[in-house]
Design a protein around this ligand. Structure first.
Ligand code: CA
Length: 230
């Protein structure tokens, strides 16, 4: 059985560091793709899907922060930053770029591959297809945020809970009872139509992002499902 090796995009302009990383990734069963500039990396991300990005902060053409910001517009792919100065770490945290981890130079290749595995385990457990280009949905479980087509949604608590259930299983039809149980901690007080009302509000917010898409499907007499996007 041949399992597909996860592609890791390495963006690092210093060849000795990059070569060490690439070698370690190959040894550990990953398929590395190496670029020395941010623009090349972004071009590759537009063409192919990758499992994770290792991103140096100091690049010749643009900063790693800008690369991250740019790719976050369309990708939910996990990012591990490589930093050379401690001030950069503060920035990663402060800018809320959506970095999944960071490593300060110098680091051991072994440490990097361990971090990559940890991030992949975490993101694959919690997220929808983490690396597909322009993933339609991205559910950040830890921050209780859902992004739709690259745009973070501004949701109430109940809307968030409701949508989280649907996003976790695209295509699956949920009855109103199932949705109410999942989304309302005290379902006794809520009427059936509460689900309908919240679905209506959600649809409005999703329409604001993509007017034609209508991703929540009504199954008459059964309930609701999220459209499976392929
Ligand atoms: Ca650098």
């Amino acid at each position: 059985m041949t399992e597909k090796r996860p592609t890791v995009l390495v963006v690092e302009d210093e060849p000795p560091i990059a070569e060490t990383i690439v070698y370690a990734l190959k040894t550990e069963g990953f398929a590395p793709v190496w670029h020395t500039t941010g623009s090349e990396a972004l071009a590759t991300l537009r063409r192919q899907s990758v499992a994770l990005v290792v991103l140096d902060v100091g690049l010749p053409d643009m900063s790693g922060f800008d690369v991250c910001r740019e790719l976050r517009r369309t990708h939910a792919v996990p990012v591990i930053f490589l930093t050379a100065r401690s001030g950069e770490v503060d920035k990663i945290v402060g800018l809320e770029l959506g970095a999944d981890d960071y490593l300060a130079k110098p680091f051991s290749p072994r440490e990097l591959t361990a971090r990559i595995r940890a991030v992949l385990r975490r993101t694959q457990a919690s997220a929808a297809p983490a690396s597909a280009p322009a993933a339609v949905w991205h559910h950040d479980v830890e921050r209780c945020r859902i992004a739709y087509r690259g745009r973070a949604l501004d949701l109430t608590r109940n809307e968030y809970r409701l949508l989280a259930v649907l996003v976790a299983a695209p295509g699956r039809v949920f009855s109103r009872d199932q949705l109410m149980e999942a989304a309302w901690p005290d379902p006794g007080a809520a009427m059936d139509r509460t689900v309908d009302a919240h679905i209506k509000l959600l649809r409005g917010k999703l329409r604001a992002v993509a007017p034609e898409a209508d991703p929540i499907v009504t199954h008459r007499g059964l309930g609701y499902a999220l459209r499976e996007e392929t």
